[in-house]
Design a protein around this ligand. Structure first.
Ligand code: SF4
Length: 181
C-alpha cells in the first residue's frame, strides 16, 4: 500500500518536458518543510498497487510523473517495474534526499535548503530561485540545468541571472499561467 494524495491527468508544466501530457501520481507527505511549498500534499489515502495502476491506465499518456510531497518516501523498484509493464515512461520529481530506484526513466531533482543530496543520477536539475547562492548547485552533475522563479515573484531576477550564467535555462510554472492543474 502507498499513500496517495491525488492522481490526475494534465500537461507537465515545468522543466524539460514542459507541455508533455502526463499522468501525475502525487504521493502524500514530505521529509522537508520548505517555506515556499505550494503543494497541498499532506492528505492522502492508502492505495494498493493494483488500484494505482488501474487509475493510471484510465489515461492515454505514456508519461507518468511521480511527485509529491516527496515520492521517494513511497516508491521502490517493483512499483516502477509495474508501471513499465504497461509501457509507461516513469519520471520522478524529487528533493533528492532519498535513495531512489535505479530503474526510473527520468529524474528531476529540485534540491532544497537543508536537504543533503542522496540521489546518484540526475537528468534534470531544477532549482527554485529564492535568492540563494546558485553557484553551490553547479558542481552537481546533471544533463540539464533549470532555474525557476519562486511562485512567479522574481522572474526578472531569474532571467537576468540566466543571461549572465548561460548554463542555466528558464523554467516557468506554465500550468499556473494557463490555469490547468
Ligand atoms: S521538498 Fe518540495 S514538497 Fe517538500 S516541503 Fe519542500 S517544496 Fe514542499
Amino acid at each position: 500500500m502507498r499513500k496517495i494524495n491525488e492522481i490526475f491527468y494534465s500537461l507537465q508544466g515545468e522543466g524539460y518536458y514542459t507541455g508533455t501530457p502526463a499522468v501525475f501520481i502525487r504521493f502524500s507527505g514530505c521529509n522537508l518543510k520548505c517555506s515556499f511549498c505550494d503543494t497541498q500534499h499532506e492528505n492522502g489515502v492508502m492505495m494498493t498497487d493494483e488500484a494505482i495502476l488501474a487509475e493510471v491506465c484510465k489515461y492515454p499518456a505514456k508519461m507518468v510523473v511521480l511527485t509529491g510531497g516527496e515520492p521517494g518516501l513511497w516508491i521502490d523498484e517493483a512499483f516502477v517495474e509495474l508501471l513499465h509493464s504497461v509501457d509507461k515512461y516513469v519520471s520522478i520529481e524529487t528533493n533528492g534526499t532519498r535513495h531512489l530506484p535505479v530503474n526510473l526513466d527520468w529524474v528531476t531533482c529540485s534540491p532544497k535548503k537543508g536537504g543533503a543530496l542522496k540521489v546518484t543520477h540526475i537528468d534534470e536539475l531544477k532549482v527554485v530561485y529564492e535568492g540563494q547562492d546558485i553557484s553551490m548547485y553547479e558542481g552537481i552533475s546533471a544533463l540539464h540545468y533549470f532555474l525557476q522563479p519562486c511562485s512567479g515573484k522574481n522572474t526578472a531576477e531569474v532571467v537576468s541571472y540566466i543571461l549572465e550564467h548561460p548554463r542555466w535555462r528558464l523554467s516557468l510554472q506554465t500550468h499556473k499561467l494557463i490555469d490547468i492543474p
